[in-house]
Write a protein that binds this ligand. Structure first.
Ligand SMILES: Cc1cc2nc3c(=O)[nH]c(=O)nc-3n(C[C@H](O)[C@H](O)[C@H](O)COP(=O)(O)O)c2cc1C
Length: 312
């Protein structure tokens, strides 16, 4: 289960379109402690979409595994929770209170809940009441248009949330580089007793150390810093400011095998977007991308990966 005493407690952030089962499996194997599904619409769950069920499938190594849901209607949330209750292996339900996308906000879900803390509390309590899972958690931003971090943290604590993640930005700041605010996460940490997880712009080993120090958070969550760079978890866990090419190659090949197993023939076009990022910043990346764009034979792709990371 989640060890909040662990000095290097690491979460993989939910990233729609990226953190599918093979990616989560690989970061889990190489250092992440907790993995979370991509955001799942509670409506989609209730409407029994096959695609949605595939999205929440868990890898055998993924314990503890959290499914993140989004929604604004307690009745639909309740139904979604009852559906998740019937799926074994899910250890917790996380409520999305951070998504800035207008379509989600218009429905009163995601970061819109930061403007209506009594509704947020009602939804959390609905999850707590009906869920048979070990954890109920929340992932939020530090406010919608204005900072509201201590109120959000207190509402979560009063609603008996097991842990709370803050992405250190306001909803209005979307992903603007200059708006990351780790001191608000520290404020949250100092205002409640529940574990606080810090998230936002942790892209390397140095930044990890810095954010841990500023926020005093109980754990760190990494999203975009893992895209094209899943070995960041291995580096942090093993205290390695640098990572060697052989380890990178090993992780990429394992990721590919896991993709093939999960997606079958459909794996290759999806894996190309990962390979494009993996090869970034290595010599001859353009040529490598051009080559792998033209081949569809998994064995050939592996050969190219081996050659590329042997010569780079
Ligand atoms: C492509 C993409 C997809 C995302 N999908 C989700 C999601 O499904 N649920 C969620 O809570 N946050 C989502 N986020 C936000 C991230 O989890 C994270 O909070 C944010 O990117 C800041 O952390 P980072 O700098 O480590 O990426 C997404 C972000 C990106 C860039």
């Amino acid at each position: 289960m989640i060890d909040f005493q662990n000095k290097n407690l690491l979460f993989l952030a939910p990233l729609a379109g990226w953190t599918d089962l093979p990616f989560r499996q690989i970061v889990k194997k190489f250092g992440a402690d907790v993995t979370i599904s991509e955001m799942i619409s509670s409506n989609a769950l209730v409407h029994n979409s096959t695609k949605t069920f595939k999205m929440i499938q868990k890898s055998s190594n993924e314990t503890p595994y959290i499914v993140q849901i989004a929604g604004s209607d307690p009745k639909i949330i309740k139904e979604a929770v009852l559906i998740l209750n019937d799926i074994d292996g899910i250890d917790g339900i996380d409520l999305n209170c951070g998504c800035p996308v207008p379509k989600v906000v218009k429905q009163g879900a995601g970061s819109a809940l930061l403007n209506d803390l009594s509704k947020m509390s009602k939804i959390i309590q609905t999850i707590k009441k009906y869920s048979n899972k070990r954890y109920t958690s929340v992932k939020a931003r530090v406010g919608f248009n204005e900072k509201n971090v201590t109120n959000i943290a207190k509402i979560c604590e009063d609603s008996e949330v097991d842990f709370l993640t803050f992405h250190g930005r306001l909803r209005k700041d979307k992903y603007k580089n200059d708006k990351i605010d780790y001191f608000s996460i520290l404020e949250a940490k100092e205002s409640v007793k529940i574990p606080i997880i810090a998230n936002g712009d942790i892209v390397d080993y140095e930044q990890y150390k810095k954010v841990k120090k500023i926020t005093k958070a109980d754990g760190i969550m990494i999203g975009r810093g893992a895209m094209g760079n899943p070995w960041i978890f291995y580096q942090i866990k093993n205290d390695l400011p640098e990572i060697n090419k052989d380890k990178i190659k090993e992780i990429i090949l394992e990721h590919f095998d896991s993709m093939l197993e999960f997606y079958g023939d459909k794996a290759i076009p999806i894996f190309r977007k990962h390979l494009h990022l993996y090869s970034k910043n290595f010599p001859n990346a353009t040529l490598f991308r051009d080559q792998i764009n033209r081949i569809n034979d998994p064995l050939k792709i592996k050969e190219y990966i081996n050659n590329f990371w042997n010569q780079s």
